[in-house]
Ligand binder design. Structure first.
Ligand SMILES: [Ca+2]
Ligand SMILES: [Ca+2]
Ligand SMILES: [Ca+2]
Ligand SMILES: [Ca+2]
Length: 501
């Protein structure tokens, strides 16, 4: 959860093309908004407090007088109410409400079709209602960026492209990991890494060709939206563009995509992960006429009636087959406290308490698509040889808040089981289940395993002819009985911490 009192991390400036000076940015020593509001409102007898003073981001768009400044989310959507216009010399002042904190956003400048981007990992809200107005220079907010110029666009696209290949977005990444990676990538670019320089040349070529005197917001070259090329087809269709420098117009994004792929292969996303916890994204699809793993139709509403006022919940706990610590100081096992915390996060087998979301929030990818999502932070052990990973048991329910089991559970008497092993390597455990599907990771009376007495065993316990389905895996996303890939992207990323320098 974002705290308005969090200190902003020291950022990094580029000085005349060399990696250099570090700008310290925390100007808030007494930064406790909640505490201050409480104290002040108590003292003045609950009178209405003024809004905190506004904040201003200043910078300049290089060769961009008249450019429209806006702010995009990490998924590329414009954030309403944040706008400015670059004045003489491209200088701009973007005013932001003092209560607004920005995380993983992209500052955009646009003049016709010409576009500049700068990644802003973090801009905290005002620390208190009494804090004076304050000003941030863009260079102190965006690693590797001095002003709005093509380098900022290059860095933004490199990070967005890297995260897209990892199944994430700028919005889902940790801000500290973005800062660390942007700094490292910028240094690698300055050092002349051929793949990065090659991509920077492509961006510079597109930037130079984009016509500043005409064009709509949809016709700018680049987007950070996930799910497709970061080069917009609408730009290529709006004007003749040579992407690869052979003096012939290009009608597809292929050359750009190839340059970006080569560049994103050339660096690592620098993130450090919380060692003893992992984010677990559990998704279940509840739609009419689903097909199970045998490609047979089944009834999702066999044990629970469909009603508009119901929603999907999850409940469960840490599975008893998880290795428990039996002595203080023991490693490779979960302590009782960890087990209790994990079971509590899963709902402790109380039905209809821990909700899933299908409104695009709380890690849910798409609102209203029948895929319900819960993002839970659970205890984690690295699955090293000889160490039994953490195992959970759970099931979904479909009911009203606090309703009992009757008319809500997906299947009575059995449970789903899952080993917390990150098979895909994205530092998130993602499991996509069909609600009430009795042919997946259900421990008993499993319809897929008729030759195995219907028993679903853990991967390390299973016999050769009785496959296991107890880990995250690729799934059939569109319901045509053919496996398509990893579960649909969630809007949450892994649990990470700032890397130690
Ligand atoms: Ca060309
Ligand atoms: Ca959804
Ligand atoms: Ca994973
Ligand atoms: Ca499919």
């Amino acid at each position: 959860m974002h705290s308005p009192a969090r200190e902003i991390r020291p950022l990094y400036r580029r000085a005349n093309g060399t990696a250099g000076a570090v700008a310290l940015l925390c100007m808030v020593s007494a930064c406790n908004l909640d505490g201050l509001i409480l104290t002040e409102s108590t003292r003045v007898g609950h009178k209405q407090l003024p809004d905190p003073a506004p904040q201003t981001v200043t910078g300049a768009v290089v060769n961009g007088s008249g450019a429209a400044i806006s702010v995009l989310s990490g998924e590329g959507k414009p954030l309403g109410g944040l706008a400015a216009v670059a004045q003489d010399g491209g200088k701009f002042q973007l005013q932001i409400d003092g209560t607004t904190a920005l995380n993983n956003v992209v500052l955009q400048a646009r003049l016709g079709r010409r576009q500049w981007l700068a990644l802003v990992p973090e801009l905290p809200a005002q620390p208190s209602v009494l804090a004076p107005p304050r000003t941030f220079a863009l260079a102190d907010l965006s690693p590797g960026v001095l002003q709005m110029e093509p380098t900022g666009t290059v860095l933004t696209l490199l990070l967005a492209g890297k995260l897209q290949r990892m199944g994430q977005s700028l919005g889902s990444a940790s801000s500290s990991a973005l800062v660390d990676t942007a700094i490292a990538v910028h240094q690698q670019l300055l050092a002349g890494d051929p793949a990065l320089v090659g991509f920077a040349q492509v961006v510079a070529r597109l930037h130079a060709q984009a016509k500043p005197e005409q064009g709509t917001e949809q016709e700018v070259p680049f987007t950070v939206a996930t799910g497709g090329s970061l080069l917009r087809m609408a730009f290529l269709q709006a004007q003749a563009v040579d992407v690869d420098g052979d003096n012939a117009a290009d009608l597809t994004t292929a050359a750009f995509d190839a340059a970006l792929a080569a560049a994103t292969d050339a660096f690592q996303f620098k993130a450090c992960y919380v060692p003893n916890k992992i984010r677990v994204v559990l998704q279940t699809r509840l739609l009419d006429n689903p097909k199970n793993a045998n490609c047979e139709s089944f009834l999702p509403y066999q044990w629970t009636d469909k009603k508009a006022e119901k929603r999907v919940f999850i409940t469960g706990g840490i599975h008893k087959d998880t290795l428990r610590c039996t002595a203080a100081g023991q490693t490779g096992c979960l302590t009782q406290d960890q087990i209790d915390a994990g079971s509590a996060a899963l709902g402790n087998w109380k039905p209809n308490v821990v909700p899933l979301f299908d409104d695009g929030s709380h890690g849910d990818g798409t609102a209203g698509d029948g895929v319900w999502t819960a993002a839970l932070d659970l205890p984690y052990l690295e699955p090293l040889a000889g160490v039994t990973p953490v195992r959970i048991a759970y099931k979904y329910t479909y009911g009203q808040p606090s309703q009992g089991w009757t008319d809500s559970e997906e299947f009575p008497g059995n449970q789903r089981i899952l080993e917390l092993v990150d098979v895909s390597g994205d530092h998130v455990i993602t499991r996509f289940d069909l609600f009430a599907d009795e042919t997946s990771n259900k421990d008993k009376k499993n319809g897929l395993f008729s030759g195995c007495d219907g028993q679903m065993k853990w991967l390390d316990q299973t016999a050769t002819d009785c496959p296991s389905d107890t880990r995250e895996r690729k799934v059939d996303i569109d319901g045509d009985c053919v496996i398509d890939g990893w579960p649909p992207a969630s809007s949450v990323g892994p649990l990470s911490v700032p890397c130690k320098k």
